[in-house]
Design a protein around this ligand. Structure first.
Ligand code: GRF
Length: 209
């Protein structure tokens, strides 16, 4: 089986990165994590990934706080291409992806967001949902496009908000759902079971040979 190659971009803790790496260590999983990249040299995810035998590197994110300049994105692209990466998975990556990287990996950058999109985009989505008073929230795996948390949706997982929840307990349960649906979504991509029609993602039942 030819496995597709993944790069995970993560800025801090990396629990989703680790869930993806662990899933990919199963020899029947159709994708492998070739590289973990952080824009933060102190990110715990770097050490955690290395402990699981995965190459993990810090790449300089340049002078901007919330995004990377075209020059920086061009350098990241070069390194990702050198590793023959098929899909880029954002997992707690705290920067907006801009045109240079998006154009180099069209339709091949995926993100996970801790709400049922399109509700509660942006930061602190779990707290936003809790404060709004929704009874159900969850997590969304989606393609990345040029707008914030807005690309076609691949998978969603629902989490019930309990009366005694705090934003913290809710965040914990959403995270468990994230760890379940992100590897599932990547498996669907690797098995080429996904097509995009407009905004809608169609998932075929059986893998393509
Ligand atoms: C997750 O909640 C993810 O959905 C959001 O940032 C958080 C990252 O957590 N984009 P981790 O670094 O994967 O533990």
């Amino acid at each position: 089986m030819d496995k597709i190659k993944l790069a995970i971009l993560s800025s801090h803790r990396g629990s989703n990165a680790i869930a993806l790496i662990k899933a990919s260590l199963d020899r029947n999983y159709p994708a492998e994590v070739s590289l973990v990249v952080s824009d933060n040299s102190n990110a715990p995810v770097l050490k955690k990934a290395r402990n699981l035998g995965i190459k993990a590197i810090f790449l300089d994110p340049g002078p901007k706080k919330t995004f990377m300049t075209p020059e920086v994105e061009a350098n990241w692209t070069k390194i990702l291409k050198e590793h023959r990466i098929d899909y880029i998975l954002l997992a707690g990556f705290m920067r907006v992806i801009k045109k240079t990287l998006l154009d180099a990996f069209t339709g091949r950058i995926i993100n996970i967001h801790p709400s049922l999109l399109p509700s509660f985009k942006g930061l602190n989505a779990q707290r936003q949902a809790w404060e709004y008073g929704v009874q159900y929230t969850g997590a969304t795996v989606h393609f990345v496009d040029s707008s914030l948390d807005s690309g076609p949706i691949i998978l969603q997982g629902i989490v019930e908000v309990r009366p005694n929840d705090t934003p913290e307990t809710l965040t914990e349960r959403i995270l468990e759902t994230e760890h379940r649906i992100y590897p599932q979504a990547v498996k669907l991509l690797a098995e080429k079971r996904i097509t995009i029609q407009g905004r809608r993602v169609i998932i075929r039942k059986e893998a393509n040979d």
